[in-house]
Design a protein around this ligand. Structure first.
Ligand code: EPU
Length: 426
């Protein structure tokens, strides 16, 4: 198992290319199950989660090939397999995205129910509610969700829940509705850019979807979809993480291939604490302010502040000149990074789903344990700002969502080494 050993205190300078979005690529790959003919996914990042979904799609009768230029070629060659097994699904929750496409194209799907994970309970009841509304019969058999429908029929569907809408649930229902008979209206759809990217891919394949990116999405069913080439949007969470990397190291970094409009809430917060963020080229430059103002953040569905940047902002705000507050409204238990950041000297007080971040003079390197993808990113960021050496253990979590993170940060001036955990124990 790998660890990252970080020598803190190096300012980041230079430019970095932001990769294609993991969370856009995953539902798009699953939606390729709906199509006749090949699809080419350009910009699909090289990440553990993408490999895990490739393994699921291979078992579902699809060919998946990485071309030398990095594009991902996908084509259905066998429409009979319908079972996404537990030992593949348990590696990655986004495997649930195959449920809607399989049901719509193959009339039957058996997909292992995803379990909870380090960021809390992650139910799929709203996905199932949406598919039921389209006419699917849904039951749970031996831990698998089994859905069947001879045909799906368009209808009005409400996809809101206690914590807002659902991103992958909207992807599932929208994808399934493309091949339903008649018109489907999704109310309280997720508005995330990844949903818009999926709708653009589906429309290019022949679907008739309007309104994606707003809470009301209208889908007129069509008879068939044909595979197409599609370039995925830049990863807004990776971009946000690199912005914070520049800010927390007192650096100045140019981000290429970064959609400003996808990151307005995070940019607004960075600016409010004194970080300079300016559009430039096809991205932006981020420069630190030396003195960070405190702020308060509440995570919300898009276009609000993204939960996937909450941990990274906590690392940054631990160095602000005053008390900050972060409230988590999407995953109330997504705080495993709190105890680890405290090991580096962050002054954090958690009360329910709120954390007060009091001023600390400096962070001091220490061994820490990564618990989930974004928490690991926060620990790497804090380690770069800390004095001395920080060792982040169990970094397989970070490899799920950030490609070659240490090499890319090192290209900007960081000093991070990947080592096998066993080497550390010698
Ligand atoms: N929810 C329900 N019922 C459902 C579905 C969701 O109650 O049927 C709740 C969840 O428990 C949560 C909220 O609704 O409280 C939002 O969950 P959502 O379904 O939107 O999350 P998701 O689609 O499973 C995606 C991203 C996550 C990101 C969330 C929120 C992908 C593959 N994953 O998950 O990304 O945190 O949206 O924006 O798109 C990450 O990349 O690190 C990550 C966890």
């Amino acid at each position: 198992m790998d660890s990252l050993v970080i020598e803190g205190g190096n300012r980041l300078r230079g430019s970095i290319h932001i990769n294609g979005s993991k969370n856009a690529t995953l539902p798009i790959m699953a939606a390729a199950l709906l199509a006749d003919g090949p699809s080419l996914i350009k910009g699909a990042p090289h990440l553990a989660d993408i490999s895990s979904l490739i393994n699921i799609l291979l078992e579902l009768g699809m060919t998946c090939e990485r071309l030398p230029n990095g594009d991902l070629a996908l084509e259905v060659t066998d429409t009979k397999p319908c079972h996404a097994r537990y030992d593949l699904m348990r590696r990655m929750r986004a495997g649930i995205c195959v449920l809607g496409p399989l049901l719509a194209r193959r009339k039957y799907a058996r997909v292992s129910m995803p379990g909870g994970c380090a960021i809390g309970d992650r139910p799929v009841d709203i996905h199932l509610r949406g598919l039921r509304a389209l006419g699917a019969h849904v039951e749970l058999e031996a831990g698998d969700i089994v859905v069947r429908a001879d045909k799906l029929v368009g209808t009005e569907i409400f996809l809101g829940g206690n914590f807002g809408s659902t991103v992958t649930g909207t992807a599932n229902v929208m994808s399934a509705a493309t091949l339903a008979e008649g018109t489907t209206v999704i109310e309280s759809a997720a508005c995330e850019p990844e949903v818009v990217d999926l709708a653009n891919y589906l429309n290019a394949m022949g679907a008739k979807i309007t309104g994606a990116g707003s809470p009301r999405v209208i889908i007129e069913g069509v008879k068939a979809l044909t595979g197409v080439p599609h370039t995925v949007i830049p990863d807004r969470i990776e971009a946000g993480t690199f912005m914070i990397a520049a800010a927390i190291t007192n650096g100045e970094v140019q981000l290429d291939n970064c959609r400003f409009d996808h990151l307005m809430a995070a940019i607004d917060k960075l600016r409010s604490i004194g970080i300079i963020v300016e559009r430039s080229g096809n991205g932006c430059t981020v420069a630190s302010a030396r003195r960070l103002e405190p702020t308060s953040i509440t995570t919300q569905p898009h276009p609000g502040f993204p939960t996937d940047l909450q941990a990274q902002f906590m690392a940054l705000l631990s160095l602000a000149d005053g008390n900050s507050i972060i409230t988590e409204k999407i995953y109330p238990d997504r705080f495993l990074h709190v105890a680890e950041l405290a090991r580096l000297g962050a002054n954090l007080h958690k009360e329910g789903s709120t954390v007060v971040i009091a001023r600390t003079k400096r962070l001091i390197g220490a061994p820490v344990m990564a618990s989930d993808l974004r928490a690991s990113a926060a620990l790497v960021l804090a380690g770069m700002a800390a004095s001395g050496t920080t060792t982040v253990m169990r970094v397989y979590h970070i490899d799920r969502g950030y490609e070659k993170i240490e090499l890319r940060l090192n290209s900007l001036g960081a000093k991070i080494k990947r080592v096998d955990q066993k080497e550390l124990e010698l």
